[in-house]
Design a protein around this ligand. Structure first.
Ligand code: PEP
Ligand code: MG
Length: 721
């Protein structure tokens, strides 16, 4: 009946529907005009014929003489010989083609733009009707792939450790299909026009309100603006509304087409543009909905799925219900990853094609130990993951029992275990883990998760909250470590070819002292007569440290002149992250009150391997003679001068690496909160003297990595690593 109505209204002699089966074949599903006997019998291989072509391209095919087209596949049983004119449009759902709607006519002619537009709207309504089961009974649809149903495993990168099993919640899900058609076209046109105007104004304001945006962000905004104002996009939306769709449905239709078309583009530039468009569409939908928050009510075991998340997005969800996070894009240094780690939410990112492969409510596994996602997992996989989740929980319970046990090695060496933090939410971990303080507070996180530059009072408030929460335990505040991979949309920076080697951290701080001084002022104000520890990132030469220290003293004097309480004790330290300092420790150490080794950066510079590039990040092993010798040199020099030294890179939080560090003589380790339990267990089982002897012998090894040897050593000493 439906194909008959469509044929009639389009003045076509033929109208047919093809639907995609789970094996990818296209089934001839209904027809008016072709031979009924072929219905449910004729099947086209994936990619076969004009129908296959439309599925592949995700866009209409409008041909005056179909049989002359090279992709035409002749199927005698359908009786399509006499028909020349052919118009086929994909049935799109959530960016996937689930079938094809075709009209045909005898005479050779090209269909008009209006006809193409009309058929696309019919196809959109049809796709929703098919998917909702309104049109075709569930039994008939058996095996038709309306949405992804098969189990799939995707491989990505782990952004935040852990395991989770839950149900898919799509960040900003597609609008409900129930309001596809509008009752009042004029009113709908007005709604769309208003939303588009609001969107354009918002983007213009974002661009104009910011003097000196970062280049890259400026480019993105500029391309948003270009799209927002592009007549093509606007006209497509307006046409869809004119033809009777609601504004939301129009957005979805245009979006589906773009996705289907650009989604297959290999060209990275085009793919980038698609992301811009996605974001723009989401923004427009939000304007149509009258703005409002992106977050919503979650099921009890939600796994959030998004292409990427903005700075504050994750914080808007109810974290008591959020079990895991899967991202199609991102990097482990992205905002979402940072916040996920802080909230202890397992997160896997860089999962290609994720968003189009899941449906809201699908069961899903986040394996952030291996960096994988299982969509609609089979029962045996679920069982295995549940067993692993149980083991993890038991181990965590064991670590929790050790919370108040001081970390002494078996031969009586006290190892101080501190935690790394950067956000308010991290502070809860202080009590949970039994950390003896915060060895690294990354102050730039506050800047990274804000939409605008945090003011003096906002900075002061945060630092005071941190010191309050630490309740007398030491907190080492690291001054802003921005630049490199940590760019802010609202701050001026030039595009650099090698950002990791560029204008970042203390370099930026010293060249633009206003920002650094503001931060120092906030730290001093927050200390309110309490002890204060300040540390500077990425010092590469001693003059930089000298200059930075002078700024601290200037700010203390400034506070004192105004009669404000100075810190009761002030310790100023340097991070050792640039290899250059290793050969100038004799000059550096006497100037510092303490140092902390940032092994993440130190290893990156030592091995010339970008820590953020998955191809090379794990290529070189910190458990190798050159890296261990560098660490040993630092530890020795500190011991000789009596300079307190800690290690605060990620390696301090991994038991085997921490074992090597303890063996080298380090007695202060600062790490992500989740590392404290496992590292404490290692320390409690460790004989430092035996470890020292074993590891120092391995320093002379000619191997590129001594990881296996260190592991054997640790096992021989009965250390839990
Ligand atoms: C480091 O480089 O090791 C470090 C602790 O600092 P970040 O990871 O913030 O660069
Ligand atoms: Mg660093």
């Amino acid at each position: 009946m439906v194909v008959r109505i469509i044929a009639l209204s389009m003045v076509a002699e033929v109208c047919s529907i093809y639907l995609r089966r789970a094996n990818g074949e296209m089934e001839f599903f209904a027809t008016e005009g072709l031979d009924d006997k072929a219905v449910h019998v004729t099947r086209m291989k994936p990619g076969e014929g004009l129908v296959g072509e439309i599925m592949k391209q995700g866009r209409p095919l409008n041909l005056a003489d179909a049989p002359a087209h090279p992709a035409f596949s002749y199927r005698p049983e359908t009786g399509e010989d006499p028909y020349h004119a052919f118009l086929g449009v994909p049935l799109l759902r959530g960016g996937r083609a689930i079938g094809v709607l075709v009209v045909q006519n005898r005479t050779e002619r090209t269909y008009t733009e209006d006809e193409v537009e009309d058929l696309q709207i019919v196809a959109m309504v049809l796709a929703e009707m098919v998917a909702s089961g309104e049109l075709i009974s569930v039994e008939d649809l058996d095996g038709v792939e309306l949405s992804p149903k098969r189990p799939e495993r995707l491989i990505g990168s782990k952004f935040a450790e852990g395991l989770a099993y839950g149900v898919v919640v799509l960040h900003e899900p597609p609008v409900a299909s129930s309001q596809l058609l509008s009752d009042d076209v004029a009113a709908e046109e007005q709604r769309l026009a208003n939303a588009l105007a609001a969107l354009k104004a918002q983007i213009d304001q974002m661009l104009e309100g910011q003097h000196g945006l970062v280049d890259a962000s400026y480019d993105v905004l500029e391309s948003y603006r270009m799209f927002a104002h592009s007549t093509g996009w606007n006209r497509n939306l307006e046409d869809a509304v004119k033809n009777g769709l609601t504004a939301e449905a129009a957005v979805e239709r245009v979006r589906s087409e773009h996705r289907a078309r650009l989604g297959q583009a290999r060209d990275p530039y085009l793919r980038e543009r698609l992301h811009d468009l996605e974001d723009l569409n989401d923004r427009l939908l939000r304007h149509l909905a009258g703005a409002g928050s992106v977050a919503r009510e979650l099921p009890a075991n939600a796994v959030l799925i998004a292409r990427n998340l903005g700075p504050a997005d994750l914080l808007e969800y109810d974290r008591t219900k959020l079990r895991g996070l899967l991202l199609e894009e991102g990097s482990s240094a992205s905002h979402a990853a940072i916040v996920a780690r802080a909230l202890d939410i397992p997160c896997v990112g860089r999962l290609q094609g994720l968003r189009d492969r899941v449906n809201e409510g699908d069961p899903v596994i986040v394996d952030a130990e291996t960096g994988e996602a299982y969509l609609r997992p089979r029962p045996d996989v679920v069982k295995a993951i549940q067993a692993r989740i149980d083991v993890r929980r038991q181990r965590q319970a064991e670590f929790a029992k050790l919370k108040d046990t001081p970390a002494f090695t078996r031969d009586g060496v006290k190892v101080t275990l501190l935690m790394n933090a950067g956000l308010d939410v991290d502070l809860e971990s202080l009590a949970d883990t039994g950390a003896e303080g915060i060895g690294l507070f990354r102050t730039e996180f506050q800047f990274m998760v804000s939409e605008e530059m945090p003011r003096l009072t906002a900075q002061t408030d945060l630092y005071a909250r941190v010191m309050d929460a630490a309740a007398g335990l030491p907190v080492t505040f690291r001054t802003l470590d921005l630049g490199g991979d940590k760019v802010l949309p609202y701050m001026e920076a030039e595009r650099e070819d090698n950002p990791a080697l560029g204008w970042r951290a203390i370099r930026m701080g010293l060249d633009r002292p206003a920002l650094l001084r503001l931060q120092l002022r906030a730290l001093i104000a927050a200390s309110l007569g309490r002890p204060l520890r300040i540390m500077f990132p990425l010092v590469a030469n001693v003059d930089e440290f000298r200059a930075a220290r002078a700024l601290v003293e200037t700010e203390v004097a400034w506070a004192q002149r105004r009669g404000r309480p100075a810190p009761s004790r002030l310790d100023v330290g340097a991070m050792i992250e640039a290899p250059s300092l290793i050969w100038h420790l004799d000059a550096l150490l006497p100037m510092t009150d303490f140092v902390s080794v940032g092994t993440n950066d130190l290893m990156q510079y030592l091995f010339a391997a970008d820590r953020g590039n998955p191809r090379v990040a794990d290529r070189y092993d910190p458990l190798s003679p050159p890296a261990l010798r560098a660490l040993e040199a630092i530890q020795r020099a500190c011991a000789e001068t009596g300079t307190p030294v800690s290690v605060c890179g990620e390696m301090a939080g991994r038991p085997l690496e921490a074992f090597a560090l303890v063996a080298l003589g380090f007695e202060r380790l600062s790490m992500p909160p989740a590392g404290i339990g496992p590292v404490k267990q290692m320390v409690l089982g460790c004989d430092r003297e035996a470890a020292r002897r074993g590891v120092s012998a391995l320093l002379k090894s000619g191997a590129g990595s001594v990881r296996n040897e260190i592991e054997t050593l640790a096992r021989r000493l009965y250390v839990a690593v």
